[in-house]
Write a protein that binds this ligand. Sequence first.
Ligand SMILES: NC(=O)c1ccc[n+]([C@@H]2O[C@H](COP(=O)([O-])OP(=O)(O)OC[C@H]3O[C@@H](n4cnc5c(N)ncnc54)[C@H](O)[C@@H]3O)[C@@H](O)[C@H]2O)c1
Length: 428
Amino acid sequence: MKIAIIGLGYVGLPLSIQFAQSGVTVLGIDIDARKVKLLNDGQSYIRHIEAAVIAELGQTGKFSASTDFSRVSEAEALMICVPTPLNKNREPDISYVLETGRSIAPHLARGALVVLESTTYPGTTDEELRLVLEEGSGWKAGLDFHLAFSPEREDPGNDKSKVKSVPKVVGGYTPACLERAVQLYGRAVDTIVPVSSCRVAEATKLLENIFRSVNIALVNELKLVYEAMGIDIWEVIEAAKTKPFGFMPFYPGPGLGGHCIPIDPFYLTWKAREYGRNTRFIELAGEINTSMPQHVVQRVADALNSQRKPLNGSRILVLGLAYKPNVDDERESPSYVLMDLLSERGAAVEYYDPYVPTINPTREHPHWAGKKSVTWDKETIESFDLTLIATNHACINYEDLGIWAPLIVDTRNAMAGLKVRSAKVWKA
Ligand SMILES: NC(=O)c1ccc[n+]([C@@H]2O[C@H](COP(=O)([O-])OP(=O)(O)OC[C@H]3O[C@@H](n4cnc5c(N)ncnc54)[C@H](O)[C@@H]3O)[C@@H](O)[C@H]2O)c1
């Protein structure tokens, strides 16, 4: 069997590897020629994906990459894993999905299965994508080709979460489409969860991400309330999570990051308007989560003030640029917002992140592009008035940090359990 996976990023590449390792021949397609070349040279551009795995699958002929969309004609099934961001008005931007649909439609093999994996609002697959595919191919979905939606549940950096072992929700445009999709995923994934339509599958993914966003907002709000009461939210969560039923721990932080949780819920908000419905929980969670960086910056100012220093003119080191621990993905990272707010108030800001040695250009924070991580040594760290822990990478030696840094603001409880003078560490 030969399949094509379109969009070889944080979702498409692990998915390609899992199918190739399951004996399926995978053609990866991406518009980024640099990525295609790296993959065909047996290299990786994602830290937690080993180059050796890609090289081996390349040598056995199970995986190759291309920029040539006409080659989808070789594939029995195609999976679309391209970005679904928000535009500058914070509305869904499904242009990447539709562009991909236009690129593949003229080359579809009769009877092929097309599965959308990108997170999106209910209706994208059976309305917009279907129309683009039908127009471009001159065929009918459900008759001449099959169509399905199956959301990705990738959790980068989580060693326990593997594509094979995470159950896969699948919805088809017709019962026959569903059957084809269930068969396809059954080749590479242990547990398949069929649902009655593409829309149910799309809505399932949104529920999962909205659930996280709302619960993170809840602990972020409680953190502020408990902080005012002199109660440590982290200790509270540790105690609460000993309850064996009806509780699931979520942790506060400096704001939301990554390109799922801060974005996906607003796909539903936008679509809900079409039905005259409001999504108040989503809006409120977004409001609380996006206000967290301001709170953190205020704690930084308070910590410096306790040492008779103003924020203006102080040297601040932001520790961790990636949006979550142990990954190299800094898209939508709250660290950028923290760096912006701190420098707006006159601080001299640097960052340290071993996984992001240089800042890539971003649409929202172009002014930081090209900035380099400082080095990790005593002389450098002690030269900062304050270190702000934004991401708790496991590879960082927090004991050294506790000795070297004059003052620390910790948004991740990374300094818990270490012997450091209590006046030195401020939780935020
Ligand atoms: N990153 C995650 O942890 C995660 C988890 C679950 C779901 N998702 C969802 O999966 C989708 C993809 O996310 P990602 O993190 O893999 O994105 P990504 O940016 O890492 O990768 C997307 C890839 O698609 C390519 N691309 C863009 N337009 C293309 C086109 N027209 N044709 C072919 N290739 C194109 C890009 O070059 C890039 O390599 C999004 O909808 C996202 O919300 C992501």
